[in-house]
Write a protein that binds this ligand. Structure first.
Ligand SMILES: NCc1[nH]cc(CCC(=O)O)c1CC(=O)O
Length: 311
């Protein structure tokens, strides 16, 4: 590396939200960097940034500012130089980053599946008629309404611990949590993994991304050493798909890319929020065209949906 490595006197500052999951992810990035550059833990400082979204638990995400809500304040700290890099769950990231920031470093992706969480360990089809399920995810709500229109949905926010408490308090009989997050927290046993053929996950689910300033060559060199190229290729396709849809409609979206040699297979899905209609499509192509593949699939779904779908 041609740039001076961080030292305990001049530590590399890793910015993150303060939830247990976010902290785990920041520590994982730190571990990868320590290993890549044989650095001691003291050469890093994990900087916790309070974000507004974490303080608001009682309203749906889409009503309080959407995806950017959890990331904007961290990105402001990055732009201001208070931190050197920012660690994110890629699922929560908008497809466009603010001017001056770059998001092109991903750790190896983990379990992409959703987990179905009940206190008795049952599956979705075991829920009694009319049972209450907690979820604030537009996608999961729509997918659930499609499969089980009889169920009642209630908003459910907060971190894993908060949501488990709500189940114990009887607020709902079941909820969904991403297996990746549960695995990271050592809590996978509370959930039954839902296969992706039954419930297509959110774009970028299970992937951790690291953002940096565009004009910071040292951060770039540090992150180049830990970037996982196959995950980057999968996410290019999925985020290409999402970018095209985000710009043109506000509807529940799911998407998953899988690598097969130098080929990418991408499945995408858009739903009406009440689950009354689902449009699914697949596309296959070379990894060099990942972003275009995603855009092409999005255009295909949009064309098949027609204007009535979004009414
Ligand atoms: N929207 C919150 C969020 N963002 C990322 C994860 C899980 C970890 C991941 O997908 O990488 C979660 C919680 C959940 O959906 O259960």
């Amino acid at each position: 590396m041609t740039h001076p490595l961080p030292t305990p006197a001049h530590p590399f500052k890793i910015g993150t939200r303060g939830s247990p999951l976010a902290l785990w992810q920041a520590h994982e990035v730190r571990r990868c960097l320590m290993e890549a550059y044989s650095l001691p833990v003291e050469a890093f400082e994990v900087v916790v940034i309070k974000v507004t979204g974490d303080q608001i638990q009682d309203r749906a995400l889409k009503d309080i500012g959407g995806k950017g809500l959890f990331t904007r304040e961290i990105e402001d700290a990055l732009l201001a130089g208070g931190i050197d890099i920012a660690v994110h769950s890629m699922k929560d990231m908008p497809t466009l980053q603010p001017d001056g920031l770059w998001l092109d470093c991903y750790l190896p992706r983990q379990d992409v599946r959703d987990g179905f969480v009940t206190l008795n360990g049952g599956g979705l089809m075991d829920l009694p008629q009319g049972a209450v399920v907690g979820s604030s995810s537009l996608r999961r709500r729509a997918q659930l309404a499609h499969r089980r229109p009889d169920l009642q949905l209630v908003e459910f926010r907060g971190n894993v611990q908060t949501r488990m408490k709500k189940l114990h308090d009887g607020v709902a009989a079941a909820t969904f949590l991403a297996m990746a997050g549960l695995n990271r927290l050592g809590m996978a046993e509370v959930a039954r993994p839902v296969e992706v053929t039954e419930m297509l996950p959110a774009v970028a689910q299970g992937a951790i991304g690291v953002e940096r300033r565009q004009n910071d060559p040292r951060a770039q060199a540090m992150l180049d050493a830990i970037h996982h190229t196959p995950t980057g290729q999968q996410l290019a396709a999925e985020r290409g798909f999402l970018a095209r849809l985000d710009g043109s409609c506000e509807t529940p979206i799911a998407g998953l890319a899988v690598l097969q040699g130098d080929q990418l297979w991408l499945r995408g899905e858009i739903l009406r929020p009440d689950g009354s209609q689902v449009i699914t499509g697949d596309i296959r192509g070379g990894i060099a065209d990942a972003t275009v593949l995603g855009q092409t699939l999005a255009d295909d779904l949009l064309g098949r949906a027609g204007t009535g779908f979004f009414a």
